[in-house]
Design a protein around this ligand. Sequence first.
Ligand code: CUV
Ligand code: SF4
Length: 621
Amino acid sequence: MSEKSVDKATLKMIKKAGDDNVKLAWDRLVAQQPQCGFGQLGVCCRNCNMGPCRIDPFGDGPDTGVCGADADTIVARNLLRAIAAGAAAHSDHGRGIAATLYASARGEARDYPIKDEAKLKAVATEFGIVVEGRSVQEIALELAGAVLEEFGTKKGSLQFINRAPVQRRELWDKLGITPRGIDREVVESMHRTHMGVDNDYTSLILQGLRTALSDGWGGSCIATELSDILFGTPQPVKGVCNLGVLMEDQVNIILHGHEPTLSDIIVFAARDEELLAEARQRGASGINVCGMCCTGNEVLMRHGVPLAGNFLQQELAIVTGAVEAVIVDVQCIMPSLPQIAGCYHTKVISTSPKAKFPGALHVPFDEHNAMEVAKKILRLAVENYSNRRREKVSIPSDRMEYMAGFSVEALLAALGGTLSPLIDALKSGSVKGIAGVVGCNNPKYRQDYSHLTFIRELIKNDILVVATGCAAIACAKDGMLLPGAADEAGEGLKAVCKGLNVPPVLHMGSCVDISRILTVAAAIANALGVDIADLPLVGAAPEWMSEKAVSIGAYVIGSGIFTILGTVPPVLGSKNVAALLTSGADEVIGAKFAVEEDPVAAAELAVKHIAGKRVSLGLKA
Ligand code: CUV
Ligand code: SF4
């Protein structure tokens, strides 16, 4: 069983699930064996009803679909659709936040006041909006309008791409992949992948980069920046992590999903005196709101809310028998949750009109009336405490402290107001480079093992790690987000971390907050007068599974950063597509993918890449 995870809490709860006769993702993965080889290679097409078609990977069967599409076309089309889906998910999240800002500015969402006026003004100024002598409301209204316009903009390119160095933007223009409207790129990708439209794999992959860039520098960036304006820009914060944050004697609530519009207000609603009194009446000593996955990261970054775990622990939280409600919105929520909840007393409460789950209770969330709905949802959880079955409760004791909250603003503050100390450390070689480590868990791989092994190797080699998503949670659970973890770092990085009293792995937030990493990368490049592709940077998604991760990988290489994938993407059915992504792309866009399942070997690739970039910049390897 230890091959399933390195996390002790996870292993204990997998065992309990077995005892309770509950099936988990790992069991369903076994039931899926053998998984479809055509699907694994990406050579299965269902884009029209002359199909489904598949290409024989051994060359003994058909080498085209009914329409004549070959493996290159089919693999590239499938990849583009995955990117479009991932970009759509992040960007629709961004749109939701923008709509909330708009409602707030119009006075229609009084539970969402603007929390960071300085950031509002800074972002508005970026959009060319006059801030001098105007009220917060006026500025917010104009900014929300301008941001909503980015989804179908007529001006031909997105605003936030101007953060990127001029060299990068000129390259995007030259290649014709400057993202135009956010919705436009997703729609065009769906159009191009319709039967009989774009059939050239290079052209399809270039559109994939453009679509992904509209996510990273568009939808995700909007989600991050506007969330900071509405909910506050994260500052260094401490908290605790892993399933041991659940409390035997409290009403336990898991917030799972992605959009802080929901999770942030629940955190505040749980402080309501009436609800607390009701909880006490039912014998609970309090209401314990905990996060899970990315929405957990949102409330952790801003409020230090305890974090119950990452992607593969969502089912296990219910298996503790101690969770009154799992409150979800969108993305990465396993449809298995209501079934598992059926074995315990847990209520799964869905809130988004976009995401309904058979077997869950649906309480539509409404930003115009947020606090009221939040309290209504919490009341259901509190009432459910009376249904808890003591004999089924077993909370693992495993918990770990973390330090998080490293927004760009917080990072700058830690550095004394400018990036110069970090740039100087990069120049001197005390910090050799920076790695962005992001992404999910995947039951095909031992949970957290790749994240932690890869990251430990990097910091040993004086590479500063910035992390988001479930990768960051893996680090939190293992103590890697504590300043003391710097003891595991190489001498140079250790000294820098000790000097600033920061961990060697900086938690920068949720998946959409990878836009924070892009912003830092762009700022460093601009300060040095070089392209992002010239910097000693790497990206990695050691245990990725979601389509959002495919979009992320594509915008990270599109931004000029070498990216290592730890799980194999379904592209191997086309030698041409695989070669373009893992080598040809370097000449086109200045970065490429590598696929390496072994995290130690992956770290070697990262170290080597960073050394190479340092030499090209004239720095000591
Ligand atoms: Ni958005 S996308 S499993 S929650 S990081 Fe976690 Fe992060 Fe992947 Fe999902
Ligand atoms: Fe088959 Fe072509 Fe239709 Fe795909 S688009 S299902 S390859 S006929």
